[in-house]
Design a binder for this molecule. Sequence first.
Ligand SMILES: Nc1ncnc2c1ncn2[C@@H]1O[C@H](COP(=O)(O)OP(=O)(O)OP(=O)(O)O)[C@@H](O)[C@H]1O
Length: 608
Amino acid sequence: MSRTTPATAVSVPTTPGGTVPATTTPVPTRRELIGWLLRVTRPVLAPLLASTVCRVADLLLGVGLFALAAAAVVRTIAAIATGAALPGLWGIVGAMVAMSLVKAVLRYGEQFLGHFVAFKALELLRAEIFRALIPRAPRVMATARSGDLLARSTKDVDRIEVFFAHTFAPMVSAVIVPTTVLLVIGARASWALAGTVLPFLLAAILLVPLTGWRRSLRSSRESVAERAVLTQHVTDSVQGLAEVVGYGRTTERLAQMRELDDAVAAAGRAATGWASWRRGAVQLLVLAGPLAVLAVGAPAVEQGALGPVALAASAAAVLRLTETVRGVEEFAASLNASFASAERVYEVVHAPVEVPDGEIALPAAGAHEVVWEDVSYAYPGARAQALTGVSLTAAAGQWTCLVGVSGSGKTTLANLALRFDDPTGGRVLVDGHDLRELTADSLRREAALVSQRAHLFRASVAENVRLARPDATQAEVEEACRAAGVHDEVLAMEEGYETLIGERGASVSGGQRQRLSLARALLARPGVLVLDEFTSHLDPELEGRVRQAVRERLAGATVIEITHRLGRVGEADRVVVLDSGRVAQEGAPEALLAVDGPLRRLRERETV
Ligand SMILES: Nc1ncnc2c1ncn2[C@@H]1O[C@H](COP(=O)(O)OP(=O)(O)OP(=O)(O)O)[C@@H](O)[C@H]1O
């Protein structure tokens, strides 16, 4: 069961198991899931098999070594007791050394291949998710659940990797090694002895791992869900540290964290309890095996039906199986947890592409005309329409300003021009082409966005700007930054253009972030540029300079500017006033300001 956190709002998972439903993909059958997993991870299957073979051989050699040593000791004791000639000890020692060396090589092979499998499986699965996210990126980025979806996919991938790297080989060897050992004991010593051990091993390998696993699985899932709430809470607390401290909410946040911690522990208690029980039971069973061998074997030795050397070697071999069987008790739970994770990754990868690619490449041009034709839009899951029947044109090469009160639909309208999603009604056209017909690549090349929340990567300033055009020279990067009005500030940074920007762009101010994002867009030289509040952090003098630079550098480009600050709307070619997702007024700024209408009222509100 998922929980919500109390008081100071925390967004939390909402469905059982704590997973936000990422998509509408039907849940795959086990067969489909396994088929898909095998397809994705095909390149690691051969090394996985090789690693498993190494492990099996290594464990068998370990058993052989134990049995050989036990047999040698019993032979020696018997020789001393009867005064017979001592067995060839050097030969035995030589054989054991050779076996140990081979064992070491096998162990190395198993470890090396195991690590290769682990890293390669991670790489393959992450690449698969990333590939799937690319065509879905605009929609994913526009919806609040994107971060959650990504985080879960990453964690789930880790869990699948655990199965590949750490569960498969132990499980396979837990079946093959004991079976082989019992067959050898049966053939070389006595089938009665082998039969005595069989029930203990069957119980340890098959029965115990399955006991309570349904309850354990439920408990693990609940624990994972609670942990997700806790993680969300901790992330929120860290990101909002200034607010938490500033508003004196530390005690409250800590109390909530303790409460969530307790919930995680309580949810996982059943799983931990069953796991302890299983571990104990398996240990008991594998230790009972050699005792049973002795109990059955000793009378047989007395009766002369079995040699003491064979008995000692068999008991030692069975004792050594402890190592092989260890950890097998968690197999069922681990397998199911991996399948649950695989299901979640499968859903992401197989989700329908909500913004499918078109086939026409938008030709490169200095400017493009953007037309919204009777466009309506509602965000997925939202009851209200964000836009209703909007028809307007951003003429090629003109500067169009979208204004309106907060929530009136400005960002949504501009985002639809960049095809962050398709309208629920009507269509958006660029140079007469419905956006649905255009290839995503050509549209991204021709249209750029300078958003309020532009992301800066943990990389140097130059690398961040160059994101728009990786082949840009240093001189071009600097020129773009100069135009965006950020060049002098970059030079003043510790290492100039090589300064590393911290996580989430932490080491630059909001205004610098905006201007670096603008520099990126200027470097790309798009035919359509969407500027979302791009001067909100700038003082009037700098704002004037930056606007002038954009005009000069992108002379002829179509600019769509979203703004709340109306002081400079007079400079635009056209102004569109939005109200509750509809066009309330549009026209040349001087004409709109000349009448008592929505733009005048907005401006008066601003100056009050
Ligand atoms: N990701 C979203 N999911 C659901 N509803 C959204 C989302 N983004 C915006 N909305 C809603 O759509 C409507 C239009 O929002 P939009 O961001 O386009 O307005 P805006 O005019 O740009 O606002 P602001 O000036 O505050 O940025 C609002 O009612 C808003 O609550």
